[in-house]
Design a protein around this ligand. Sequence first.
Ligand SMILES: *Cc1c(COP(=O)(O)O)cnc(C)c1O
Length: 478
Amino acid sequence: MRPFDRREGVPEARRIPRADRLLEVAEAKGFVALLGHPAVMEVVRSTLDLLRAEVLAGGTCPDEGEVEARLEARLAQSVQSSLRRVINATGVVLHTNLGRSPLCEAALSAMREVGEGYTNLEYDLARGERGDRYGHAERALCRLTGAESAVVVNNNAGAVLLALSALSRIPPPRENSAPAPRPTGQPEVVISRGQLVEIGGGFRIPEVLRLSGALLVEVGTTNRTYLRDYEGALTERTAILLSVHRSNFRLTGFTHDAALGELVELGRRKGLWVLDDLGSGTLLDTSPFGLGKEPTVPERVGEGPHLVLFSGDKLLGGPQAGIVVGRREAVEQVKRHPLMRALRVDKATLAALAATLGHYERGEAVRALPIWRAIARTPEELRVRVESWKRSLGEKAQGAEVRQGESAVGGGSLPGVTLPTHVLAFPSGDPDGLSSRLRAGAPPVVARIEEGALVLDPRTVDPAEDEKLLFAVRMALG
Ligand SMILES: *Cc1c(COP(=O)(O)O)cnc(C)c1O
């Protein structure tokens, strides 16, 4: 039966306004000029669909004024862009759902600078001819990591896929001789069972490996893998020894991993590529921040694998990118692979990355990069912040408490590691209701719920956002 027929059968449905009537209303209020005709029609139709569903379910049709008010509210929502700035009061420094790393001032102005006009993205100004897009961040990456060569792609998942695809079918050059021909058949990549990681968003190492055309060879056990396990799995088709950082879970207790240096030595003896997917990839030592010891990129590069792969927007604190650093011959192969073109980065990313790296080169990353500033905030400093929040909220924050808490680093970095903080907790009332009012606010505020209380963690709120946060909290408290 057509919906039209059902509508005929429900007298109330005849009161539903026609689409062109609502379009006129939207036009008169200026929404067509703001959003364009197709977007307005989409909202008109969805408003009418909801109304029809209500009426068909036995409801009464609201009067014209009410229908117009509903339409206007929905149109007003569409005027705001879907991707918006939010305040992260969760205390999770690298929150994947909230866009991981915010960018530093220098990165933002560099993006503006190269976005406003034309650039020498692929143009060699000295020679007046085509230049190298990938050269822009390469020197800084080499200086900072100690690698011979570097290239940047869209994200680290792409970097892993690209590196596996580019290297599995050609062997590494041997010292003073040409590479031996690789035997035909499916190349094999050896990896420890304890490192078959799934990163968020369905990125699973075994599946990426399959996609690259290589065969996964798992060695060792979930908790213990020795060098001899790798050695025992080698065949004439073995192409790559892959090490993957356990970015988002911890293996504790009776465990053992072969050291990267051991894999490098084995690879050298047997003519195999050795790749290290480091995931987060920090350039700074994390231990002075109370985060425990993470291997840094320069340390991993120093152990001598052909490539180390890491993200631009995890602990590096820059734009989304996949950074490939390592030995010249390996990076050259990666650059030459056809997938490189599919994964390439744009000028804005390169500009933001170069500006971010500049802070590391000048030794000012902790001061200049938002994520390191967030990590470095002391519990005492955070207590003073939340106490001033509470004072400023006054009456509205009745019952709110300043509590000790723990912030997480998140974003596939430092699993299980937390930083002591202080939070403003709202133990009474309905935490889910308050949370949803905060998310609906302007600006939207994302908080966390802990032991039945909504809590606001200042670690991830820049002090410059305090006034906006407090405004939004006041509105949400009513
Ligand atoms: C995060 C992560 C990736 C994926 O990196 P993206 O930049 O998110 O694409 C791959 N491998 C490891 C070990 C990771 O931690």
